[in-house]
Design a protein around this ligand. Structure first.
Ligand code: HGY
Ligand code: MN
Ligand code: MN
Length: 410
């Protein structure tokens, strides 16, 4: 097989230039989906895809594809990539490593004059993070048929702005159909966002699946009153109910299942004043496990805890599950392709399951899929200090290159 070498300088310069967009003081990025910063990031990506002579298309939900023809134009394509939208104060590596790594793979093949049998398609999915617009993995979900397009275009952010209008505002309401058209397999390089690889002292993770998870919206309604003269027995404090549920979520993860995790991540208090008893609180609950029954039981427990907390404090409540993703077990052959590529690159690797959600979960519904991880320092992610050693990033791209070449030969 012809030797293909990554241009590490090009790759590093691109990564640094790309992460100047939405850069935060603390060294992270703030590029939420369909923001002005996300628009600038998309524009730069499209420019680089075009510079690489890729055939660029944007689909109806704003997923961006770059296609490189192979020797067999009618063969199903090898699809690989990730996402470039970020958390509000997120890290520079989450998603970007997979998209710019994919671009470097196709550029390195071009530099070496290597044409694969199958076409290659690299992709940047819309709204993977799901922080501004829920649910997450929206672009890959529509593409894989999990969500219908109209529903996705209609979801709104906290200011009531519909996804479709924001997509049009930034000029990425593409006209390509949002559906698979001849996909041989999907591969995704991503930072682990957890401590396993660092703890094991290995540089590559061969990902065998992704946790299932549920996202819930809860609202408590009590009664605002003066913090001073209102006797405790007269209070209906929505924040007390919220605190009870938060504590219950922590407690149920202790007994609900070995890998069960639970988070109350977003809390909105009204009127949020130092001397007023909270009247309304809207908050979120995120529970995850690789065992779907464990997630189902956890959701039922949360629902019960909400009702009990409301009863104790005399609150009205609303409870809605806004997203439920089943656990994904990846394709055995794809997993071995990644493992073989890691071994061929001389890497020690570990097999693991991802606690973080990824677009690969939905791609796994429509094509053989697997992922590969590179270590996150201190297991940190979704934080501005998120970091991966550059040598590990480069190793990940080398393994991705090997896996893509393997899958792209017929
Ligand atoms: O929530 C997740 O795991 C992903 O970052 N959307
Ligand atoms: Mn991600
Ligand atoms: Mn993320």
């Amino acid at each position: 097989m012809t030797e293909v070498t990554l241009d590490e300088r090009r790759f590093r310069e691109r990564f640094d230039e790309f992460n100047e967009i939405g850069a935060t003081e603390a060294g992270g990025v703030d590029r939420p989906a369909l923001s002005d910063e996300n628009e600038r990031a998309r524009d730069l990506l499209v420019e680089w895809f075009r510079d690489a002579d890729l055939d660029v298309r944007v689909d109806r939900i704003g997923n961006i594809f770059g296609r490189r023809e192979g020797r067999e134009p009618d063969a199903d394509a090898v699809l690989f990539g990730s996402h470039v939208d970020s958390q509000y104060n997120g890290g520079r590596f989450d998603g970007v490593v997979g998209v710019l790594g994919a671009l470097e793979v196709v550029e390195a093949l071009e530099d070496a004059g290597v044409v694969t049998d199958r076409p290659l398609e690299i992709v940047s999915w819309s709204n993977e993070e799901g922080v501004r617009f829920q649910p997450d993995m929206l672009g890959s979900g529509v593409y894989a048929g999990e969500f219908d397009l109209e529903y996705a275009l209609g979801v709104t952010d906290d200011e009531g702005k519909p996804f479709g209008e924001e997509l049009e505002r930034i000029g990425y309401d593409g006209d390509a159909p949002c559906e698979p058209d001849g996909v041989n397999c999907y591969l995704e390089l991503h930072v682990e966002q957890g401590p396993s690889l660092e703890d094991a002292g290995v540089s590559v993770g061969v990902v065998e699946g992704v946790f299932g998870f549920s996202w819930m919206n809860v609202a408590f309604e009590g009664q605002a009153n003066h913090a001073g003269p209102t006797p405790m027995h007269m209070r209906r404090d929505a924040l007390v109910g919220t605190a009870d549920v938060t504590k219950a979520v922590r407690e149920l993860t202790a007994t609900g299942g070995a890998d069960l995790v639970g988070t109350v991540g977003s809390v909105d208090v009204w009127p949020n004043a130092i001397n007023v008893i909270p009247e309304r609180v809207a908050f979120t609950v995120d529970v995850r496990s690789y065992d779907d029954d464990v997630v189902d039981r956890a959701v039922d427990r949360v629902r019960d805890e909400v009702a009990c907390a409301a009863d104790r404090e005399g609150l009205e409540f609303e409870f809605e599950e806004i997203m439920r993703l089943e656990a994904s077990a990846f394709d055995a052959d794809c997993i071995e392709t990644v493992a073989d590529a890691a071994a061929a690159a001389g890497c020690e690797y570990e097999r693991l399951v991802s606690g973080a959600g990824h677009d690969a979960s939905y791609l796994n519904e429509i094509a053989p899929t697997s992922m590969l991880f590179v270590p996150s320092v201190d297991g940190v992610s979704h934080r501005e200090s998120e970091f991966t050693e550059w040598a590990d990033v480069v190793t990940g791209v080398e393994v991705l290159l090997g896996a893509v070449r393997e899958q792209a030969s017929t």
